[in-house]
Design a protein around this ligand. Sequence first.
Ligand code: FES
Length: 94
Amino acid sequence: MPRRISLANANASHYLEDQISLWVGAYAMYVCVCNAINCRTVRTHIGAGAQSVGAVFKAQGCSPRCGRCFDTMREMIDEGKGANTSEPVLRAAE
Ligand code: FES
């Protein structure tokens, strides 16, 4: 049964942030819909050394189609440079 929370509660935003992180971690959102590449897979390739969008596709053994995922992948690659790649990309607004 879903828990009800009060947004007036100071801890509500932390609760929501935790729930979003759990959801993202459990279901691994798709980054590239055309090739069914999810955020976990992208992070795995980045962690293995992929430094460009092309390198992610090459590591995955596929080619880009529509290109709508490029900006998101670039952001993930930029975040992965010198950062912990296991951290979720999605963050709650502060
Ligand atoms: S969403 Fe990645 S190529 Fe279309």
